[in-house]
Design a protein around this ligand. Structure first.
Ligand SMILES: Nc1ncnc2c1ncn2[C@@H]1O[C@H](COP(=O)(O)OP(=O)(O)O)[C@@H](O)[C@H]1O
Ligand SMILES: [Mg+2]
Length: 373
């Protein structure tokens, strides 16, 4: 799939921007703080429903304005789609696909698939479990809109159940209402756990292969889903539900005492292992970087297998961070892919697959096409 064009109004530092893209590489270069990442952010927003930098849409509105608007023209299996997102200050995003208003953000999922590579990806390894959950949640959501709905649903159920647990401390009569929330939590939560477990299994096997190639088979990369619900060796939805139900039952007294839910997907983590050791604890900076690159390339491969088309790749300031052999490997993986590549220079791309590429210079919210037609 590829993006033919983008139109921005009052988005970040763009008053108006209308660009046509190449279906090959689009290189956006310019000094820092000129608006390169802002363009990638707008594309990512249309793919995943949210910015990769902030959960607050108000921040995306150009200073002093009261709305932003993004339109993307997309070609997927030779069919053209138009995605529009409009957001007015302090309201909800309004989404249109082919001019038809959509009731839910979830309908965006699976239309435009995009994978972002950025220096912050290292946080997937370095930070706590929530970064890792975010990474897989966004990937699975793009593949499976129903997963996105389950996540939204689950966080509502969880919030209600936690409020209830706190209130039971004061008012024991509320105890009887807990059962309904337990069951909602178990049903939705188990679907999430099952999807994650399956996704991580596939991701792990592809990542092992990618990482092997990247390290001359000196390092083995593996992933493991570590759940607060003890589901090792358990695969069927029914069995996961059963164990989740039992876990809740066993920890009920403790949960009421603490006033919060102590097990479920919100507590889970993904262990990233290099030669069987935890990459977060034992990996060097360089090893962690390579591992993240393998993970991201694997995400791309999973999306390609799923839809028979490559996702759009957003490479934000990552080229300069990679040594030449990693760069080569990345380029090998970029054949037949539409890529948006930002950097402060473009020397790296000279002589490389230049046919069909476009080179843009970004300066202070203005974009100028330098090469390509
Ligand atoms: N809501 C906003 N309105 C206007 N300008 C903004 C807004 N948010 C960020 N900016 C500006 O956008 C620029 C940063 O853009 P960015 O795309 O991150 O830069 P880079 O080219 O380094 O990737 C900064 O100059 C910042 O002040
Ligand atoms: Mg940037």
């Amino acid at each position: 799939m590829f993006i033919k064009g983008i139109h921005l109004r009052n988005f970040r530092n763009y008053k108006t921007l209308d660009l046509d893209f190449s279906d090959s590489f689009n290189i956006l270069y310019g000094e820092n703080a000129q608006g390169k990442t802002n363009i990638l952010e707008a594309i990512y927003l249309c793919a995943s429903g949210r910015s990769h930098r902030t959960p607050r849409d108000n921040e995306l509105i150009k200073f002093g304005e009261n709305y932003y608007y993004i339109k993307i023209e997309l070609v997927r299996e030779n069919i053209e789609y138009e995605i529009e997102i409009q957001y007015e200050i302090n309201s909800k995003k309004r989404i249109k696909i082919n001019e038809v208003p959509q009731k839910k953000i979830g309908t965006l999922m699976g239309k435009l698939n995009a994978v972002m590579f950025s220096p912050e990806d290292l946080l997937i390894i370095k930070e706590g479990p929530s970064e890792r959950r975010r990474f897989i949640d966004i990937s699975i959501s793009q593949l499976k809109p129903s997963y996105f709905y389950d996540l939204q649903q689950y966080s509502k159920i969880l919030a209600q159940r936690n409020t209830l647990l706190k209130n039971i401390q004061e008012n024991k009569a509320l105890f009887d209402t807990l059962e309904v929330w337990n069951e909602n939590l178990v049903k939705t939560g188990s679907r999430i756990i099952k999807s994650r477990k399956e996704f991580i299994k596939t991701l792990s096997s592809i990542a092992e292969e990618k990482h092997g190639k990247l390290t001359d088979y000196k390092e083995k990369l593996n992933l493991k889903y570590v759940s607060s619900v003890k589901i090792d060796g358990i695969d069927s939805l029914e069995d996961i539900e059963g164990i989740f139900r039992k876990t809740l039952k066993n920890s009920l007294t403790k949960e009421i005492y603490k006033g919060t839910t102590l097990s479920g997907p919100q507590r889970d983590d993904i262990e990233i292992l290099l030669n069987e050791n935890n990459a977060k604890l034992y990996g060097s900076q360089g090893q962690q970087r390579t591992a993240v690159l393998s993970l991201k390339l694997s995400e791309v491969e999973i999306m390609r297998r799923d839809s028979n088309e490559f996702p759009v790749l957003l490479l934000d300031d990552v080229m300069s961070e990679l040594d030449s052999s990693r760069q080569e490997f990345l380029f090998e993986n970029l054949d037949d892919v539409q890529g948006f590549i930002t950097g402060t220079e473009y020397g790296l791309f000279i002589g490389r697959k230049m046919k069909g590429n476009k080179l843009f210079h970004v300066q202070n919210g203005q974009v100028e096409l330098l090469k390509g037609e």
